[in-house]
Design a protein around this ligand. Sequence first.
Ligand code: GTP
Ligand code: ZN
Length: 185
Amino acid sequence: MDSEKIKEGVRLILSGIGEDITREGLLETPDRIARMYEELAGGYTDSAAPHLKKRFHVDNNDMVMEKDIHFYSFCEHHMLPFYGTAAIAYIPNGEVVGLSKMARTVEVFAKRFQLQERLTAQIADAFMDELKPKGVMVLVQAEHMCMTMRGIKKPGTKTVTAVTRGVFNDDERLRTDFYRMLEHR
Ligand SMILES: Nc1nc2c(ncn2[C@@H]2O[C@H](COP(=O)(O)OP(=O)(O)OP(=O)(O)O)[C@@H](O)[C@H]2O)c(=O)[nH]1
Ligand SMILES: [Zn+2]
């Protein structure tokens, strides 16, 4: 990440808005924003493969689901946050990954400028490519700040995206099980 470029960009936006970039409260802001993007856009320097490399052998191939994985991402159109939860379920093919790695995979793709549809598909594809399960299903629910604080201004709207791969494409029973497990409290 080029922090000098980010700092210059922040200075340009602030002065474009009409702010005095030399006033005390704004002096450190470009540097702060650059450091913030190191964290919040850290997904560009990470990938799913190393997280999904370590596997554990299993004798049964029953569905594994992790849900309520909270995430924050940025809408690529407005650079405003969208945030919510992801659920990932897969049918193992003799191997599972550590539970934390499921949430880590969400982080890899959330910490980028995204479309919710692409975020959902990238999580599913990472599982198919790395773990090679029999199938995977990912559901993401999020609120987009570009829909709530500006523009159409509809707070509370939720966008729900679902992606299926492998056996989830053909087996309606598996998709039904997915939604039951998702709703089960
Ligand atoms: N499909 C999809 N659309 C998104 C996502 N995030 C933001 N958008 C939409 O991207 C669209 C961009 O539309 P434009 O007409 O180019 O931009 P705009 O004039 O700012 O649009 P408004 O938000 O309607 O004011 C908007 O409808 C947003 O709601 C996303 O993750 N997926
Ligand atoms: Zn947006």
